[in-house]
Design a protein around this ligand. Sequence first.
Ligand code: UD1
Length: 420
Amino acid sequence: MDSFLIKGGVPLHGEISISGSKNAVLPIMAATLLTGDPCVIRHVPDLSDVRFMGRILESLGAEVKFDGDTVTVHAAKVKGFGDYELIRKMRGSICILGPLLARLNQASVSLPGGCVIGTRPIDLHLKGLRALGAQLDISGGYINAKTRRLKGTTLFLGGRVGPTVLGTANIMMAATLADGITVIESAACEPEVTDLANFLVSMGARITGIGSPTLTITGVKTLHGTDHEVIPDRIEACTFLCAAAATHGEVLLHGARPEHFAAVLDKLREAGVKVERKAGALLVKACRTLKPTDVTTLPYSGFPTDVQAQFMALMCQARGISVITERIFESRFMHVSEMARLGAEISIEGPSAIVKGGRPLSGAPVMASDLRASAALVIAGLSATGSTQVNRIYHLDRGYERMESKLKKLGARIDRVDGE
Ligand code: UD1
């Protein structure tokens, strides 16, 4: 397994471009199953999760072509029975269920695997599909779904902690080909859901309320092919903002959409980081002394759970106490014990992490546990003195396009070390 070897203490300086959004492109690729026409998707990041989704679509009978940052999917004929092992391995694959069911009236998809950040239930996906008239049963690790034809309805999709992102994607996709009108209340409003809705509309779907908690979908008989450019990855942008600030650097981000991460910008400014728009790009400039800042993760447009770990790495550099509260996933503090190896002082009390920042970090070998935790460890390593080896970076490769080359371009001393 590959690892990163980081020699920290170098402020990041320079400019980079933000890649296409991983969390937008995965459901968009699934949505191509709704039509027999070819769909062209542009600004696609080169990530292992994206290639993996490509293999899943191929296993269902679609033709998938990668050409630079463009992917063409042609699902002329599809079968409703996905490869068990492939689908089980990636949580995002659950969103093939809605499109398959809508197109074929039946589908069998393996239950997505667990994940270290929490139990990741799918009860809301199932509730939504049942409300549309699907009969579901779970046996032998498969979700078996069938229907005579999906029928529009009004349903409340909110859960314990609010809306579900992939659940909203799944039900919205299923409803595009259902008979009649579907109203999804408490729909997720994340920009990735909006991007998917815009993709579906460009295929001929009839959706109103896009970007709001109430989505109204009027079913149509068929959808057609389209050509779509994926939104930039707001989580990648926020990760580089935190890295620049934590190393007291100055970085210009091209292609980011700051309106997609206003809550993070607000907290960065509260911490004393200067972020300003400059000729269509976003310039981040750290001040010498960062201020401690409290953060609570929330559904969009609140502070994203996917930036919690990276912001914690930044708060390790702020003199004083920051309280970081995780409200979306119950076990999303796996990075805390690894950051402690670098000398960070963080204690966990229920859903909150109490960070005593401002003590210098020093390099050590650490183990990445999940995608965003890995990014946080890279930021901590970049801001520490000495060498940090971040092991198991295959997690990072799932969600960050060429992270080490982008960091190198900014002057970081970081190398990929090949593992066996
Ligand atoms: C997506 C993102 C992930 C992000 C998360 C929250 C992708 C591929 N992944 O994951 O990066 O961290 O949104 O912004 O887009 N829940 C239920 N029942 C369900 C579904 C979810 O109780 O059926 C709960 C979850 O346990 C969690 C909360 O709802 O507590 C939000 O999860 P959800 O929005 O569904 O996350 P994902 O869509 O899986």
